[in-house]
Design a protein around this ligand. Structure first.
Ligand code: PRP
Length: 185
């Protein structure tokens, strides 16, 4: 069997945001979204896989008539770097024409993924497109994308947990932790 990289235990990683900090911020963002939408219905679109946990919490925090949908993209990321090429590998299943949509992301990094997705969604004539991301790394941006609802801005740290992974690990952590050194593969 090939050598498997050794992954640090979740407990050994430094906590960046606790479960309570995340939940309280998600509730605040939910209130802002509800106020902005004046009681109108909305489609929450989660970008798999990282946004799955955010979407579940956000959906419960906005207290509006809403439906869920998901897209998935392949961004040809290698380790922590993105090649800039994005391909849609799972599209929406419900029509969005004339509807408010909120694209739910765990993290906004270079902006390449959202820039691609915004253009894709605009072709379906939604009534509005807003972006809600729990984390934002503005220093990494290479596309002019801004989130409408941002939980926390962070420097260029590699974070895992609350949906975010390294090599598919750590997504299920309830808090967000920092992976200081990337395990050798
Ligand atoms: C992450 C995150 C965003 C994207 C943001 O997904 O969930 O979709 O990166 O990065 P960008 O702003 O540089 O485009 P990732 O590609 O790691 O896939 P995953 O959600 O399946 O973990």
């Amino acid at each position: 069997m090939p050598n498997q990289p050794e992954f640090p235990t979740a407990e050994s990683l430094r906590i960046r945001f606790t479960r309570d900090q995340i939940q309280s911020r998600v509730r605040e963002m939910g209130r802002h979204i509800r106020e902005d939408l004046h009681g109108e219905s909305v489609v929450l679109v989660g970008v798999l896989k990282g946004a799955a946990i955010c979407l579940a919490d956000r959906g419960r925090a906005i207290n509006l008539d809403c439906t869920f949908d998901f897209v998935a993209v392949s961004s040809y990321k290698s380790g922590t770097r993105s090649s800039g090429a994005v391909q849609l590998i799972k599209d929406l299943t419900e029509p969005i024409e004339g509807r408010h949509i909120i694209v739910v992301e765990d993290i906004l990094d270079t902006g390449v993924t959202l820039s691609f997705l915004q253009s894709h969604f605009e072709r379906h004539n939604p009534r509005s497109i807003r972006v809600a991301a729990l984390l934002d790394k503005p220093s990494r941006r290479i596309r002019p994308i801004q989130g409408h609802y941002i939980g926390f801005s962070i420097p260029n740290e590699f974070v895992v947990g609350y949906g975010m992974d390294y090599a598919e690990r750590y997504r299920n952590l309830p808090d967000i932790r920092i992976l200081d050194s990337i395990p050798a593969s």
